[in-house]
Every structure is written in C-alpha cells, then in structure tokens.
Design a protein around this ligand. Sequence first.
Ligand SMILES: Nc1ncnc2c1ncn2[C@@H]1O[C@H](COP(=O)(O)OP(=O)(O)OP(=O)(O)O)[C@@H](O)[C@H]1O
Length: 570
Amino acid sequence: MKSMTWLIQLMLPYWRRILLALILSTLTISSHIGLMATSAYLLSRAALHPPILDLMVTIVGVRFFGLSRAVLRYLERYVSHDVTFRVLSQIRVKFYQAVEPLAPARLKNFRSGDMLSRIVADVETQQNLYLRVFAPPFVALLVLFGYGFFLARYDVRFSFILAACFLVAGLGIPWGIKGLSQGIGHQIVALKAELATQVADSFLGITELVAYGQAQAHLEKIQQMDKKLMDLQRRIVRLSALSAALTGMIANLGLWLVLVLGILLVEKGKLSGVNLGMLALGTFSSFEALFPLALVPHHLEQNRAAADRLLELIEAEPAVKDSGHLSPQSEGLDIVFQDVSLRYEQDEPWALKHLSFKIPQQSKVAIVGPSGAGKTSVVNLLLRFWEYDEGRIDLGGYSLREYPQEDVRGFIGVVTQRTHLFNATIRENLLLANPKATDEELIHAAQQAKLHDFILSLPQGYNSFVGEGGFKLSGGQRQRLAIARVLLKNAPILILDEAMAGLDSLTEREVMDEVYQLMEGRSALVITHRLIGLEKMDEILVLDRGQIVERGTHEELLQLRGLYRKMWEI
Ligand SMILES: Nc1ncnc2c1ncn2[C@@H]1O[C@H](COP(=O)(O)OP(=O)(O)OP(=O)(O)O)[C@@H](O)[C@H]1O
C-alpha cells in the first residue's frame, strides 16, 4: 500500500495530462462505437433505398468517426506515453537522489546486478502503472456511463444489458484471472532481479569461472532461471489470451441480448428497425474498453513488487547524514581523533576502540597493523563514509560533523589499492578529479606521475580507451593514473590506503618516489601493512584489533621491540 501511495504521489503533479489522456482514451473508444453504430445505421437505411440526400448526414458521420478514431488514437497514445515517461523520469530522479547518499556504506549490502535490476527493470515496470493499471478501469467506467445513457434513450433495458455484461467482463473476468495469476507478478520481479544478479556476477567473475572450468555450469544455472522466467511469462500470455477470449464471448453475448431485446421492441413497434443494427454493433464495440481490464490485478501486483524494491532503497537511512554547514578552510587543517570508537553494526565487535591521534597540517602519519586491525576504518571515518559511534574527530578545529560531507571530501585526495578506472579515455579518467582542468594541467599532472611518456606512446595518446576497469593498463600504470588524479585535485590532505599493494618491488619503489614527492606540502595519512619507506613519517601508529598498541617514529618503534619490530623483521 505504501508503495502505491508513493507512486500516486509521483503521478499527482501530472493530473492535467492524466485527465487529458483519460478523456482522449474514452473519446477514442467512443469514436470506435460511433463508427460501428453509424455504419450499421447507414447500411440499414440504405437497404430501404431512401433518396441519397437523406443519407448524407450518416455518410458524413461514418467519415468523421473513421477519421477521428485514427487521430484520437494517435493523440491518446502520445499523451498517455508522455505522462508515463514523465512519471518514469521522476521515479529515476527520486531514486538516484535517495541512493546517492547511501554510497558507499549502505550500498555494499546490495549486489551490483540486483542494483542494476532495481534501477533498470523495476523502474521500467512502472511504465505499466498508468497505461495498464490506472487508466483502464476509469476509461471502462466512462464508456459504461456514456454509452449506457445513449442506450437508455431507446430503452433502459439496453443499458441494463450493457451494465450486466460490463460487470461480468469488467469485474468477474479480472477477479478470476487474479486468482489464476496470483503470485506470478512477484515471482517475475524477483526472478528478473536474480537473473540480473547472476549475469552481472558472471561478467565480474568471468576470469575465475573460465579458469576453474565453471563457465558452463554457471551458464546452465542462468539458462534454468531464464527458462523459469519464460514459463511465468508464458503463463501470463496464456491468461491474457484466455481473458481476451472470455471478454470476446461476453461481447458477443451482449450483442445477441441487445439484438433479441431490439427485435422484440421492433415487433411491438417501440423501436425503429433501422436502429437495430446500430445498437447491437455499438454495444459490441463498446467492449473494447474491457479487454485491458483482465490483467489489471496482475500488473498491479507486479508494479507493487517492483515499487517495494525501489522503496527499500529510497527509505534506507544513509550511514552518514549531513547536519552541519561549515566550510573547511585550506589553512590550519589539523586532523584530530579524540577517543574515537566505531562498530559497523550494533551486534558486531568494535572495529575501532578509543582511538586518539593527531595529524598536524603538512605532517605525515602512517597507520600500520595486521589485516583486520581497523586501518581502512580510519579512512572510512575521515571520508565520512561511516559515522563514528563515540568520541570526536576534528578538522581544522571543528567537529567533522559540522561540515557537509562533500566539502570534507573536497579537501582529501585518495589513492587506494583498487583504483577504479572507468571504461573511457585516459583524459576522461583524469578529468574525474578536476573536470575543469586544462590540457596543460593534465599533461603536467601526468608528467609528475611519470605517466606522460607512456600515454604518448599509445596511438590515441590521451584519448586512448583504458578498457573495462582499466584492464588495458598495468597495475603500476593504474596507480600512476590515480596519483595524477590526486595531483589534479590538488587537495591539501592526502590518504594513501595500501596504494602500493599489488605492485612488484621495482614498480613499488618507482611509484613510492612519486608518492613521496606528492606528499610534500600536504598532510598525509599512509595506511599500509608493508613497512617500506616509513622512516620519512613523522609518526607511525601501530593498530591491532582496533586499538593503538604502539606509536612513535620508525626508529623509536624499532627500539620498542614490540609488534612493529616483529612486523618489520618479518
Ligand atoms: N562494511 C563493513 N561492515 C562490517 N564490518 C566491517 C566493514 N568493513 C570492515 N569491517 C570489519 O572491521 C574490522 C576492521 O576492518 P578494516 O577494513 O578497517 O581493517 P584493515 O586493517 O584495513 O584490514 P586490511 O589490512 O585487511 O585491509 C574487520 O574486522 C572487518 O571485518
């Protein structure tokens, strides 16, 4: 119910267009009725051989309805699809606005294929909302009342026949089909999501699947799901055909009942014989309004299931909410952690416990420690990806919570182990860090990151495509590109989170030199479990199970003969 209320709220701003579309739909069906009725009337009158002038009005009527039906059908399709696409774009905008603040913390719980399915398939399912759920009942009611009143002018019993047939075909058949199709809408939405998830997973893990000889097995799994989805869709097509056949039968029954009643009335002299065909065929064609009703419950179920999935994300609470309006100054950007504790979930152990340290502006601090010690968690807090539970983090003398998240991130440049490169050109990947950068600035950054010569050696230079995830570049080239990005961003705070992991020793040494140059004149937080080059750090924090167990310079820590020394010796 909640999802329907949400969808209706999105449609409300377009009520004028919706009203126009409903009127146009009703007029289109009315034109159809008019065409059939006037044609039948014309044939009946013509059979009596009246002077041709007597038929002129009817002939014009036939022409008018013939033309207006086509024009109105076009306008109705135009306006109703226009409304539909406007509502869809609203849904997409709302969805994106709600999802963006959830990244990255909350989105990690969702699989990428499932997210894709929500953004694409579940949004697109909503195109049925107006066209196949809301419009048909309204149009059927308008036709029933409009044509019902027309019939009542001849005899009210014609109207009762029409109402009875509309009741059976408009409520009885959809009710029966609802019973037969119950649950299929939900299953289709769930299966589409699962299928998208499996396909996306297969693409992401294609190397592993091929290497371990599992590609065929995986493909078969996907084919099975696809078959299941096809079976469900086939069931819906069968039900659609059944409902069309049943509605057609009721339409024929309606025609016969009107004909029988009409014949009786003609016999009694209460109805002119020339009207007989007009009333019968008009009634028959009014059933056009009823054909889409049978699948309304099915589409409604599918729309609700898809909308529920959209709402699940739209209503999710972001891990961090903006509450402050301070803007960080580029001067005096000391970072201070005071007794900071964090746990990712209430029932999980603390990832960070009572952490206190300071990174004065332009100083270099390293955090080292074994895997799972909490090093990346410190970065997550600084970048405002997660909210800390206890303590206080200050930036430039004010709590981090007093700044908008975007402003904080604007002051921080990050190089991580897994630099994501978009399937675009080198230029576009660099511009991500600073869309306004000039060509000279791009080249300067690439030169500093020792990437320029390599780029020039490519046939397309800066316009060369890097491939999906940057697969056309080596690990070292990717990291250099990340460094060039940070240079372009020119942020006063630098975070290097395992930036050298995955590189061979030679490349590591080369990239390290560039990284140390990059640190000059900036505050730097270096996260690593490889104790290389840490002599240049002002302070090293040794983290273990979320707590600082040792701190000092490289020399001091070696003398302590504790965890750091042990790690260093290894
Ligand atoms: N998003 C998350 N949700 C739940 N728990 C998490 C999440 N991220 C990290 N953790 C947990 O928090 C703890 C610290 O993780 P963190 O990634 O900070 O460690 P790390 O020192 O950076 O490890 P590594 O060197 O292996 O990258 C771990 O126990 C980890 O399982």
